[in-house]
Design a protein around this ligand. Structure first.
Ligand code: PLP
Length: 415
């Protein structure tokens, strides 16, 4: 057959997604994606699927917030919807401790900038009403830091990442929420890395009024689907009073297709944009998987397997500086310092997809998203040990296997 197509059919190999994200898409999610029939965005079963997703999302988030739904796209799409309530001139304190909260800070500066401030530096505006509290890479944002900054600035909004994936650090959500409540500030949280990995209920954090996550990390639903978001009534009332300059990413308008109109659940959604039956079907299955196992059980699994991977890499001389349970962020053994990029490139060339940090200092990040079996973690640890040997380092398989066995045995004994 002759073809005018300029390129051959695109082949993309399967890799071990052992990075901070995306996680390994569950086979059930892919089957749902490709098994859905072609149906338009107002088909009764598509609309029913979206309503069911909305109800499942409230369970996954642990909330009774009516405005809980999915934003088509990736984590940044959900965050853009959440930050859409921040208007030019709004006072905001943003806590940053790595790559992603750093971008959240940039987003907030773009939203809060006055027209003059934005025009003066369109890609990196310096907004007088925004205070960035920069916490060094490798450290967590503590409740005391939040308290001190909010007491000083008394802002309308405060923003923080729950889990900063760049440095692998868990920030103090309870402390953040309590400080926001004490100072009448509305908290906004980037929960992109924690939803579906940690066991938490957003209704337990009453100082936080906006939440945004992503499809591809704890929810295991990469085939471009939905970024979960949730907003309190106070957030929605605040937004109603100011409005925002977005149609598609408007929290109130976007919610309509999910059957949320005038603050109420209605039987079926109305048009906001052309949702994909494939995406709805995949997202629906991903949420079913999460709820079938249950968020608390998934969180225990992550903690178990992260502890084993941590023990294995420490046994071969790496220093782990993270405390998240979906990945380890580490420094290579002394003799290999400075060769992090080379090691990561070698692994990636073999479709073993680990990552460097994306901002200074350079470290290695190895993740276990939806790789929650002893076999998968053993495979990752042994591949990593091999990569260290290839650079001339010392890392024998027996040491790795012994450390894994000790960690898993200890967990079994504790049960
Ligand atoms: C991954 C990540 C993001 C960005 O998510 P995308 O899906 O790449 O848009 C934002 N914030 C945090 C904390 C993340 O881990």
């Amino acid at each position: 057959m002759t073809s005018n197509a300029p390129f051959a059919h695109l082949e993309i190999p399967d890799t071990i997604a052992a990075g901070p994200g995306p996680g390994n898409t569950d086979a059930r999610v892919l089957a749902a994606f490709s098994g859905a029939g072609l149906a338009d965005h107002m088909h009764a079963d598509v609309l029913r699927g979206m309503i069911e997703c909305k109800l499942m999302l409230r369970q996954v988030w642990g909330t009774e917030n009516t405005h809980t739904f999915g934003v088509a796209g990736t984590g940044w799409s959900g965050l853009d919807v959440m930050f859409s309530a921040v208007m030019p001139g709004d006072s905001v304190v943003v806590f940053t401790n790595g790559t992603f909260s750093g971008i959240d800070g940039l987003t907030v500066r773009m939203k809060a900038a006055t027209a003059e401030e934005l025009a003066a530096n369109p890609l990196d505006p310096k907004s007088a009403s925004v205070v960035i509290v920069d916490v060094p890479h490798g450290q967590s944002v503590t409740g005391d830091m939040v308290e001190a900054a909010l007491a000083e600035h008394k802002p309308k909004w405060a923003a923080m990442a729950h889990w900063e994936t760049g440095s692998g650090r868990i920030n103090d959500l309870a402390g953040f929420s309590a400080a926001c409540e004490r100072h009448g500030t509305m908290g906004l949280v980037d929960a992109v890395s924690s939803l579906g990995v940690e066991n938490f209920r957003i209704d337990d954090f009453s100082g936080v009024h906006g939440w945004a996550s992503c499809p591809q990390k704890g929810i295991c639903c990469l085939p471009l689907t939905y970024a979960p978001v949730s907003f309190t009534d106070r957030y929605i009332e605040t937004l109603k009073a100011t409005g925002t300059r977005s149609f598609v990413h408007h929290p109130i308008l976007e919610a309509r297709h999910w059957g949320i109109i005038d603050g109420q659940d209605v039987e079926k959604g109305t048009y906001h944009r052309t949702h994909s039956a494939y995406a709805v079907s995949a997202f629906h299955e991903a949420l079913r998987i999460t709820l079938q196992q249950g968020v608390p059980a998934r969180a225990r699994d992550y903690a178990l397997h992260e502890a084993a991977l941590r023990a294995a890499v420490e046994a071969i001389g790496c220093e782990v500086t993270s405390n998240m349970t979906s990945l380890v962020v580490l420094n290579l053994p002394g003799a290999l310092r400075g060769r992090e990029m080379e090691l990561v490139q070698n692994c990636r060339a073999r479709n073993f997809g680990i990552w460097p940090t994306l901002s200074e200092p350079v470290q290695v990040r190895i993740g276990i998203l939806n790789l929650l079996t002893r076999e998968a973690v053993t495979d990752i640890a042994l591949r990593f040990a091999e990569a260290i040997r290839d650079l001339g380092g010392q890392a024998d398989d027996e040491t790795v296997n012994a450390a894994l066995a000790q960690s898993y045995d200890k967990a079994m004994a504790a049960e």
